[in-house]
Design a protein around this ligand. Structure first.
Ligand code: GLN
Length: 304
């Protein structure tokens, strides 16, 4: 089967999943998104693109942005980054407070909220205009200047961001946040509110399929070792307390967000992004996970 045939088959089969999950409703701006949206896009290292459905519609990437923030902070901070955030799966929901207290304010990994807040703190350390820099970086990776901050989503995140505020304050009390709490939260809420499409996401994640080099320009963004480590953390921590099941069913490094997006990487080959806003009980896209499971079954492409 060719890629267009595979995407068509997937879009047809995932229809059975729609209606089973729930659109994120913790902020009104996300609750309004129609649950029946479905987009899928694939970008290959040799420059081909395939897409179907709502693949050009921009949506809130939410926690997928944690990968971009880490890719921006890691080369600047180097290996000492791992003194402030761990590299172990948490086995807990993304916004859990529980482990942080046992572990003295050092989050388990950079893809749970607490860990991402530490990474945001590092962006403040290394970039004089972290918000602008992060957006420019995502635009560069995706090759699209249409990527933007949805300010309505960012405002809503702030209005309802009590748990994130608790996490960052708790880490501040353990001296694991250096910048002012309000500044870290403001940047974090904006990064969650980045809006982009499946097509832009698939293109941006080619970096991780290509060992840290942008395929179109040949520019190195991450060292080979850093790219390997980002993929490793996506595989083990990209889906919170469902990371094991995603590895089991899909077998690719990936990252999800509560906007219903998921991106996955086939090293040396391609990146694939899918969007369906209805989430399962772990906060991951119900139809999105099914779509990626079907993709690896149809193509036989997995890292295992
Ligand atoms: N904005 C959300 C939060 O911080 C992002 C969570 C997610 O996508 N898993 O709670």
């Amino acid at each position: 089967m060719s890629y267009p045939e595979i995407l068509t088959a997937i879009a047809k089969e995932v229809r059975a999943e729609q209606g089973k999950g729930q659109v994120a409703d913790y902020i009104p701006a996300l609750a309004r998104v129609p649950g029946d949206k479905f987009g899928i896009a694939l970008a290959t290292l040799d420059g081909q693109q395939f897409q179907l459905g709502d693949a050009d519609e921009q949506f809130s990437i939410q926690s997928i942005s944690k990968v971009f923030a880490l890719a921006l902070a890691y080369p600047k901070e180097g290996e000492q980054l791992w003194e402030r955030v761990g590299m172990e799966p948490s086995g807990n929901p993304f916004n859990s407070l529980v482990q942080l207290e046992y572990e003295q304010g050092i989050p388990r990994n950079p893809f749970i909220n607490a860990g991402a807040l530490v990474i945001t703190d590092l962006l403040v350390k290394h970039y004089p205009r972290p918000k602008a820099h992060l957006l420019d970086f995502i635009r560069e990776l995706s090759g699209s200047y249409d990527v933007y901050y949805d300010h309505e989503v960012a405002r809503s995140e702030r209005e309802h961001g009590f748990t994130n505020a608790a996490l960052v304050n708790f880490m501040k009390s353990h001296h694991n946040i250096k910048a002012p709490v309000d500044q870290v939260l403001d940047i974090y809420f904006h990064q969650c509110a980045v809006a982009m499409s499946c097509r832009e996401l698939a293109q941006a994640f080619l970096l991780l399929a290509n060992h840290g080099i942008l395929p179109e320009t040949g520019k190195r963004i991450l060292s080979k070792s850093q790219a390997k480590r980002l993929n490793a953390i996506m595989l083990t921590c990209g889906f919170y307390d469902e990371a094991g099941e995603f590895a089991f069913c899909v077998g690719l490094p990936g990252k999800s967000g509560v906007g219903g997006g998921i991106v996955a990487v086939v090293p040396n080959k391609l990146a694939i992004a899918v969007w369906s806003p209805e989430l399962n009980e772990h906060g991951n896209s119900q139809a999105g996970i099914k779509a990626l499971e079907l993709f690896t079954s149809y193509t036989g492409q997995s890292i295992f």
